[in-house]
Design a binder for this molecule. Structure first.
Ligand code: PMP
Length: 432
């Protein structure tokens, strides 16, 4: 009897390579320590790559490699067309109005630094303010601190509730006549909190303040529409959405990108150069100095094609179900403490587990198994999780922990892998 596709868990549905979706990712076949099947639950750090991404990049190097733009020869023109087609794929993926609004960068970090540096240069002076949140990744804190050191701007911080959600009431109070920009993460890479971005943007725009969205942890998990969000800038990384490392995107509304100065100087970003005066290239090239990683842009486009062919809504529905299953199973472990909100939880779960036989009051993590011990012992059983502060030290301080264990799920993860995680945690607990 034929099974209806929707009833087959996503990882086991038909993939692109003749087998299942899981089989599109060769690394998932790997045995760890030559013994345990890999259970890869560190997707928030980086995702694994499907064959279509790696194959397209290899093919390009072997068959189509030439530097892009300005070349008159066949290969260069072909490479340019491919590179610009990839930009169009990104535009479609984000539903940006124009491909002039899609700037290729090395990743979220570079995209945020670009905005902090260039927007900051043009529109911020001593005493002006940026609004961030308590759950930001270091890349969305330190970039602004560099500007602070240069220009004396001030950082205002939206606090979070004990549940790990932004305090919108406090957010509204942070606006002043010195507020110049809001820069907030779409999804927390620690708590899994999905922030009410449309509301955050609406409130900022009421104050005529633009918003930069850190989309590193949202783009892999649900559909993003920058026009619907009405954000002014949006940053994401290729490697977190099944694409290659070293490539990312900054979306910026044309009106803003036109008004801010270039980031780096060099080839590509100029129109005419003389020792007296240089004029800059049109968008988006004004922000793309030097030879771009045009092979990585092909890989990124293939990755976006891959998730689009499955459907972002299908991915979201599957991951939501898997996350809820994981939370339910993890909560069944004695002494389990999961951080973050009960609702609105993306595919990221941070936790600590109390040592057996000790009692501790709520919010006191003294007698909990150290995150590093847990991570190391889980690794011995073939389970890859992340431990530590997750590049969010201010948030760790707010949670009163030094670090957490973080499980982050992707479209290829299964219930069986969650079960393996739960059994492994139980085993680790018994060792204490
Ligand atoms: N922001 C968030 C929320 C992240 O999770 C990460 C990666 N952990 C980054 C920014 C930085 O991304 P990248 O290292 O790819 O630049």
């Amino acid at each position: 009897m034929e099974r209806k596709t929707e009833l087959i868990p996503l990882p086991f549905r038909q993939g692109q390579g003749g087998g299942t979706i899981r089989e599109d990712f060769p690394i998932l076949e790997k045995k760890i320590y030559k013994k345990y099947p890999l259970v890869y639950l560190d997707n928030g750090a980086t995702t694994q790559k499907p064959r279509s991404v790696v194959d397209a990049m290899t093919y390009e190097y072997y068959n189509e490699n030439a530097n892009v733009h300005r070349g008159v020869h066949f290969l260069s023109q072909q490479a340019t067309e491919l590179h610009e087609a990839s930009r169009e794929t990104v535009r479609r993926f984000l539903n940006a109005r124009s491909s002039r609004e899609i700037v290729f960068t090395r990743g979220t970090t570079e995209s945020i630094n670009l905005v902090a540096s260039c927007y900051g240069e043009e529109f911020m002076k001593e005493g002006d303010e940026v609004i961030l949140s308590e759950m930001e990744h270091h890349s969305n804190i330190v970039s602004w601190q560099l500007l602070q050191a240069r220009k004396g701007i001030r950082l205002r911080v939206i606090p979070i509730t004990d549940e790990g959600e932004l305090r919108l009431d406090e957010y509204e109070k942070l606006f002043s006549e010195r507020t110049r920009i809001v820069s907030v993460t779409h999804v927390s890479n620690v708590l899994g909190t999905v922030n009410p971005m449309k509301e955050i943007i609406r409130i900022a725009h009421e104050h005529q303040v633009p918003v930069l969205v850190d989309g590193a942890q949202s783009t892999p998990h649900f559909a993003v529409d920058v026009q619907e969000l009405d954000c002014d800038f949006f940053a994401f990384s290729g490697h977190k959405i099944y694409g290659p490392t070293g490539i990312g995107v900054l979306y910026g509304k044309e009106t803003w990108l036109d008004r801010i100065p270039p980031y780096m100087g060099g080839g590509e970003m100029i129109q005419n150069v003389s020792f007296e005066k240089t004029t800059f290239n049109e968008l988006p090239y004004k922000f793309e100095a030097g030879t771009p990683d045009y092979v990585a842009t092909t890989g990124l486009a293939k990755a976006l094609d891959y998730v689009t062919s499955i459907g972002m809504n299908t991915i979201e529905a599957y991951e939501q179900e898997l996350t809820q299953y994981a939370i339910r199973r993890l909560n069944g472990i004695e002494g389990m403490h999961i951080f973050g909100p009960k609702e609105n939880h993306d595919a990221v779960i941070s936790f600590l587990v109390r040592q057996p036989g000790v009692d501790s009051s709520e919010g006191d993590f003294q007698h909990f198994i150290h995150h590093l011990d847990m991570g190391t012992l889980l690794d011995r059983l073939g389970i890859a999780v992340r431990t530590g502060h997750h590049c969010a030290e201010p948030l760790m301080r707010r949670l009163k922990v030094e670090g957490t264990v973080r499980v982050s799920l992707a479209l290829y993860n299964t219930r069986e892998e969650v079960d393996a995680l739960v059994s492994a945690i139980e085993r680790v607990r018994q060792m204490f």
